[in-house]
Design a protein around this ligand. Structure first.
Ligand code: SF4
Length: 368
């Protein structure tokens, strides 16, 4: 516990805040890409500590939230195939597509099971050789290597009944899309710590080089986050734009080569549909030709019918940093933790659930 305590040390946190408040600052608008950061920022009250010139917006870094309704409908269609066991992480079963949710399908008799890793799904396939076990591959670069490993293990074991529906997404293209759209004017990005542990800080060099936007990669404890914000504030106040690393105990410039290698061996980059951002070029991962026999979208004929958001839900705007969750008319009253309308309330990394759980009055001070 000592290690975590150090990164929750109030004296260190206040020293970082003091450093930021001790200088004249221009208006600074930062986006935390990662849903884990959003939750930590709200949970630890970090917004209220920051200088008034510094605004934090939440971004699209919640994998459950950015999974499109269309892809959810595809997962539901798979769960309805006789003999299929559909496996997924917990939050995904409660998210609604246009056809309802996987939880609803389970209530109607579909065999939908929550697993904690793709290897759990692999074990199910071994234990049920006459059933087709499909793992719903949802997540960013952090999750994809583990899914790739499960496919390699399935191949080694000669399993013919293990499949993956790959809905994996890549984070740099989404960040690029938000900057290209220009809907929010960002002066810096708080970079995702876990993702960057895999892809490395070098993967973010395009931000300062092509967009003139600084980034600081940060971990998830209060001191990590404040250190990242302070690095960004320093860069911006000096007119600099570079890649900083406030999470050097985990993140290297080149990332995790073993994880990248296994991911690149099994997956090819493809276009992917994101909730709120639409279809982004080269922003997803599909199984490469060599492992295509494990691809659920190829092994099973499922209809692809484009579907939209739940009525009234504004998750798309939340994910693009355009809307603070309390500004959604359904927030709390209609959409809450017990009865979530959209994925940003369902997911444990969603911005709406973070605002509801930990409260936030920062939107009242939001500059135009
Ligand atoms: Fe969607 Fe609920 Fe968030 Fe509104 S509060 S954007 S309905 S998840």
């Amino acid at each position: 516990m000592k290690y975590i305590d150090e990164f929750r040390n109030a004296h260190l946190a206040h020293a970082l805040v003091k450093q930021m408040k001790g200088q004249a600052l221009p208006p600074i608008r930062l986006m935390e890409f990662c849903g884990g950061h959003t939750h930590a920022i709200l949970r630890f009250g970090i917004r209220s500590l920051l200088p008034m010139e510094v605004e934090m917006l939440s971004g699209p870094g919640c994998p459950v939230c950015v999974t499109s309704s269309t892809d959810l409908d595809r997962a539901i269609a798979l769960s309805r195939i006789p003999g299929v066991i559909l496996t997924t992480f917990g939050d995904m079963v409660r998210v609604k597509g246009s056809q309802g949710s996987l939880q609803g399908e389970r209530a109607r008799g579909a065999d939908v099971r929550i697993v904690y890793s793709p290897l759990d799904a692999l074990r199910l396939a071994e234990n049920h050789p006459r059933r087709s076990v499909i793992f719903l591959g949802v997540g960013f670069e952090t999750t994809a290597p583990g899914v790739a490993a499960s496919i390699l293990e399935a191949e080694t074991k000669g399993l013919k009944n293990y499949f993956v529906l790959s809905l994996h997404k890549l984070t740099p293209p989404a960040t690029r899309a938000i900057l290209d759209a220009g809907e929010v004017r960002l002066t810096g990005i708080l970079g995702p710590g876990h993702v960057t542990t895999v892809i490395g800080t070098d993967a973010w060099k395009f931000l300062p080089i092509q967009y003139g936007v600084p980034i600081a990669v940060a971990g998830f404890e209060p001191v990590d986050i404040l250190q990242g914000i302070r690095m960004l504030v320093d860069q911006i106040s000096k007119g600099q734009a570079k890649v900083d690393n406030a999470y050097s105990r985990s993140v290297l410039p080149q990332g995790n080569r073993t994880a990248l290698s296994i991911m690149n061996r099994v997956f090819d980059v493809c276009d992917a549909e994101w909730r709120g951002l639409g279809t982004l070029s080269k922003s997803g991962l599909q199984l490469c030709t060599e492992y295509a026999r494990f691809d659920a979208s190829k092994a099973f004929q499922i209809p692809i019918v484009s579907s939209g958001e739940p009525p009234g839900c504004r998750c798309g705007e939340v994910l693009r940093g355009l809307l603070f969750p309390p500004e959604c008319s359904l927030f709390r009253r209609v959409c809450n933790l017990e009865n979530p309308v959209g994925p940003c309330m369902v997911s444990s990394e969603g911005a709406c659930s973070a605002h509801l759980q930990f409260g936030d009055n920062g939107h009242e001070d939001r500059p135009d």
